[in-house]
Design a protein around this ligand. Sequence first.
Ligand code: CP
Length: 339
Amino acid sequence: MAYVSLETLGKSAQKTPQTPANFIGKGRASRQRHLLSTRAIDSDDVDEFCQAAEAFEVGPASAPECARKTVALLFFQPSTRTRIGFEAATVALGCHSIGMEDMSASRSNARTGESLEDCAAVVSRLCDALVVRHHENGAADRMAAKSQAPVINAGDGWNEHPTQALIDIFALRRGLGTIRGRSIAFGGDPRGRTVRSLIQLLRFEAPKEIVFCPPSHREVPADILSAVGENQIRCRTIRDIKYALTDCDAVMMAPYDMSDIGEPAASGYVSPNATPESHIITAEKIDRTRSRTLLYHPLPRQDEIDPSCDDLPNAMYFEQVRLSKFMRMAVLNRLLSRN
Ligand code: CP
């Protein structure tokens, strides 16, 4: 497996960002119409998306290809960051977002029975791109199969959340300078779609090791362990998050139980599993271990990162959100410019 070289990563952090409008992708995703999975992204894509996001961060958006285009936001499942993030990105690019506040009030719901395929066939004739979140694995793929416009997977059940993974890589590079040679820990429920998507991208970054701190009643899913193993990345499991605070350069936290991500909207699901003290990060633990470990989280959090951490230099999770707008601009710009 080809890794991005240290030189490439170092330069990408220091390089003067190029103009997104002039951006010609070399990566695999640049030849694809949709963004459904990080499996379809290669190391060139990751570098190119990060460079475009940097350009959007430092300069005025220069994306005439996007002006006046329309992006449909189809959120069949709750969201704050992804939904508002894509809306913010469309505004910044000079395009428009359309959609329904509550997809259960559309005709494409379980009660009316219109299929996801028909929903995609219809909506894609009214817009230039679709952003889809759904509680079923593979929902975005099904819609892409019938869509006339590019489809972006904004989280499908337990499966994937590719734009979040690109944001995570962008934010990890920003905090650490480079991921190469670093130890990256995953706290909380390891089954989530954000973990599955991020692991696929970390294989290009050559970290020193991946450390999982799962709940005692959960194993790390076999496909996630295989992805780490196939790429010869060292991997171990710990049972107390304090070891991540002493041994790792960054920890990507997640709720202790993410079972709600496979649930339809308003299902009323409540996790029966409270986060034990051994899996919670607090300012007191960081102070006690003199930890300089950077704290990331796709959010929303429950109690796995105590708010006492929020003002520490370790806390990167709100900066991760700020950076997310520029990465979503980069993704929209790529897909809208090609179609
Ligand atoms: N990180 C993330 O996907 O958050 P939302 O569920 O609020 O979109």
